[in-house]
Write a protein that binds this ligand. Structure first.
Ligand SMILES: [Zn+2]
Length: 265
């Protein structure tokens, strides 16, 4: 039974991932995500159902369009596979629960934002609005039943989460713009952390924020060492917020427990 549900969720993740590819590609340029139906960007041929089976079609056609032979980016199967993997890991963590549903919704937003920010260095407001609305629903739910991710049932916990997450980044942004006269920390990152705060509560949000800052620092240092980055080029922070938040959702409480073990009481 467990195996069957896992397979079902993996397949569901592939299908959602396939849809997220469309969102990542079309939402930043304000195109409809429903019409026109999926078509090859090389020859405009409308793709048939068997061209659109997540991951498998790409592998069978060896990354080429069946009709014109144009290369199809490996990004498509990667997004599909990644979404599926994340859904399965979240299922193992939360089993079928309200927390699982919330984590799925937040993941959908984070996957889109991570890839769009990576490509274009923007975080469209559509995702922030969707995140705040669904986060608010989780907040309302917590007034009646405890949400596992918050760790306690104090009603204002997610609000402290927003202040801790977005507030910290806002402070960094303000200091950055005053001292260095640049805005490396965009307002999109600040708003995204507000969404994360609303979903995770303050403890896991701090874990997510610390992890994302740490990962971004390591990544930037590596790029500087490899001379791929100079002082002017900026690294988008959105993908790191996404990774930090996934790790916090999956292992945040283990990290907190591990860390607290070092504090003598
Ligand atoms: Zn084609």
């Amino acid at each position: 039974m467990q195996t069957l549900i896992t397979l079902y969720i993996a397949a569901f993740g592939l299908i959602i991932g396939s849809f997220l590819n469309v969102c990542i590609y079309r939402i930043p340029s304000k195109q409809s995500i429903i019409s026109p139906p999926s078509h090859c960007t090389g020859c405009d041929t409308r793709l048939k159902a068997w061209d659109l089976i997540p991951v498998f079609s790409w592998l069978l056609l060896r990354g080429k369009c069946r009709y014109c032979g144009a290369r199809v980016s490996a990004r498509y199967p990667i997004v599909e596979g990644l979404t599926s993997l994340i859904f399965v890991l979240l299922y193992f963590r939360f089993s079928i629960s309200v927390e699982f549903l919330a984590a799925i919704i937040l993941s959908i937003i984070l996957i889109c934002v991570a890839f769009i920010d990576f490509d274009l260095k923007i975080i469209p407001n559509e995702f922030i609005i969707a995140g705040m609305l669904s986060g608010a629903a989780l907040f309302a739910y917590n007034l009646f039943y405890q949400v596992d991710m918050y760790g306690d049932r104090v009603w204002y916990n997610p609000i402290i989460g927003i202040v801790c997450g977005a507030g910290t980044l806002l402070l960094v942004a303000v200091i950055g713009s005053l001292v260095y006269k640049n805005d490396a920390m965009g307002m999109g990152d600040v708003k995204l952390l507000a969404v994360v705060g609303l979903f995770l509560g303050w403890r896991l949000t701090l874990v997510a924020l610390l992890l994302s800052v740490l990962l971004a620092a390591i990544f930037s240092c590596a790029l500087i060492l490899l001379r791929k980055l100079n002082g002017k080029s900026e690294v988008p922070f959105g993908p790191f917020i996404a990774i930090g938040t996934f790790v916090a959702m999956l292992y945040g409480w283990n990290i907190i427990e591990f860390y607290m073990g070092f504090i003598p009481v």
